[in-house]
Design a protein around this ligand. Structure first.
Ligand code: MRU
Length: 358
């Protein structure tokens, strides 16, 4: 997608530097910086500190992390330990485990002279597939937006939470892909962007990327969606997910569940967009989804530009106050109108998923 009119992806391998390149998302929207990952430790750190974030993108970073590990020290013990560290680097998104297992399966039995070449090819393939999957998610979701537009004959107001945009994937995004497709096709859309406290992925990343693509959008505080739905100002909610379990229950950024409840109460369709790499086929009880708890300083401190255009971090809570920072919640399948995947749209249920993915 576009930044200043130039097409970018979120991660790529640079042959000249022999390094993995990422867009450092902790600097956005204030600074656009491309950064090198030279070691597997760099990759793990980038995932933990959220220089890269979003389920599909951290999966791809883990795949490239294995490539970097092989480049550093092609020793089975070193690779195994780092695969475990990559999986542990963030607990909720299943894409980490999915990508590491896929890489290990591909590399099993490969002889030492070939292992780096095959690992690099597989990491690149994971990225290419993600782009294709996200593009197809867009085409499948586009039909839903078009249906609303054809009935309403006016701008379709879409509410989204967090950033399930191209910055969270390799390109296109999941929740944003139908929006980009609609916009390019001339279907009039406007996006309500949940700010998404505490890290503000909505305000900092979703709004930023929609602006770069020229899609009309308005940032709202996280608690505003309910009243907008009561007023009939939201036609559809589309969000992403970090892990959709075999029952169709969906883990996503904290606050998603409350939006789904409000949507249900107001008969607003609530869709979740995901590639199949985000499906956890082994988990059948939503209570078993690990929910990441992050440093409470993400709540008690805020960062922004000061009057001299310098990035500044300030404390906004009383020093003595305790804070708790759960990063994800789970929306039960009964509140989800449908899952938009690369293969089509299905009911959020075990049957719906099985029918689509056999
Ligand atoms: O903590 P983050 O920013 O990694 O959380 C991202 C989300 O919650 C996204 O909605 C999810 O990963 C889907 S990305 C296509």
């Amino acid at each position: 997608m576009q930044i200043n009119g130039k097409a970018f992806r979120t991660i790529w391998f640079d042959e000249k530097d022999q390094a993995v390149k990422i867009i450092d998302q902790t600097k956005l929207p204030h600074k656009f910086e491309v950064k090198n990952l030279n070691t597997v430790k760099d990759a793990i750190n980038a995932i933990k500190t959220m220089e890269v974030r979003g389920a599909p993108l951290i999966g791809a970073t883990a795949a490239y992390g294995i490539v970097l590990a092989i480049m550093e020290n092609n020793d089975p013990k070193f690779i195994k330990t780092n695969c475990e560290n990559l999986i542990k680097s963030r607990p909720t998104a299943i894409n980490l485990k999915w990508a590491v297992n896929r890489m290990l399966k591909k590399l099993s039995g490969v002889n030492n002279n070939e292992v780096l070449k095959i690992a690099l090819e597989e990491a690149k393939l994971i990225c290419e597939e993600d782009v294709k999957f996200c593009e197809n998610i867009g085409l499948n979701g586009l039909k839903i937006i078009e249906e609303i537009y054809n009935k309403k004959k006016d701008i379709v107001n879409i509410l989204t939470h967090c950033n399930a945009g191209w910055l969270a994937t390799i390109d296109w995004g999941t929740a944003t892909s139908p929006i980009y497709h609609a916009h390019r096709k001339g279907v009039k859309v406007h996006v309500w962007v949940d700010e998404t406290r505490p890290r503000n992925q909505g305000a900092f990343l979703t709004s930023y990327e929609l602006n770069e693509e020229g899609v009309p959008n308005t940032i709202i505080a996280d608690n505003t969606g309910g009243i907008l739905m009561q007023r009939g100002e939201v036609d559809i909610c589309i969000v992403g997910t970090d892990r959709t379990i075999a029952t169709g229950d969906v883990a996503n950024k904290i606050g998603t569940y409350l939006k789904a409840l409000a949507a249900k109460d107001n008969n607003v369709p609530f869709y979740v967009a995901l590639p199949s790499s985000t499906i956890d086929w082994e988990t059948t009880d939503l209570k078993n989804i690990p929910i990441e708890e992050r440093n409470s300083e993400e709540l008690s401190h805020a960062e922004g530009l000061d009057e001299n255009n310098e990035l500044k971090r300030i404390r906004i809570y009383p020093q003595k106050s305790k804070a708790m920072n759960l990063a994800f919640d789970v929306t039960p399948a009964k509140y989800v109108t449908g899952l938009i995947t690369e293969k089509g749209v299905c009911e959020a249920s075990a049957d719906g998923l099985k029918k689509l993915f056999k």
